[in-house]
Design a binder for this molecule. Structure first.
Ligand code: CU
Length: 164
């Protein structure tokens, strides 16, 4: 086994991170045809989840757009049924997503508010995010840019999560 591994390693030369160069190599084609893949969140918590909530992401809405769950560990099973990438972001406290002077989402304010997200992933994929949530209201939103440059949020892609 060790010998086989050494052989593979030497066959690859000094390329210790064989995945990285190929990702870089593919990068120019990505904006056109390579949607981002799912990067699940909280996989280590999934076993403790007391609820699983299926959410469909589409242009430009969440379905359902109002979700109620019990406090504790919850898995969101997000399915992108649209044609663009989508994300599932959470703003604790609810209310409107803070915007900057240009009318775009204010990243600093979002960070201060403790916003968190399941990062954007491409059409046809299902991606899980598991969080342990405190009771309260959360605004759900997606600020991926549409082809016309506007955010999905500005096109109405938002919802509400109530954690009891
Ligand atoms: Cu979106």
């Amino acid at each position: 086994m060790a010998g086989a591994l050494a052989l593979v390693a030497s066959a690859c030369g000094d390329d210790g991170e064989s995945a990285a160069p190929s990702v870089e190599g593919d990068a120019p084609a990505d904006p056109g045809e390579g949607p981002r893949g799912c990067e699940p969140v909280g996989v280590e918590l999934e076993g403790q989840a007391s609820e699983t909530v299926a959410v469909r992401l589409d242009e430009y809405a969440f379905d359902p757009d109002t979700i109620e769950v019990g406090a504790g560990t919850v898995t969101f099973e997000a399915r992108n049924v649209g044609e663009e990438e989508h994300e599932l972001a959470f703003l604790p406290g609810g209310g409107d997503v803070p915007l900057n002077a240009e009318g775009e989402p204010d990243e600093d304010a979002l960070e201060q508010a403790g916003a968190f997200e399941l990062e954007a992933f491409g059409p046809g994929q299902t991606c899980n995010a598991t969080y342990t949530l405190e009771p309260g209201s959360y605004t759900l939103f997606c600020i991926v840019q549409a082809p016309d440059g506007q955010t999905h949020l500005s096109k109405g892609m938002r919802g509400e999560l109530v954690v009891r």
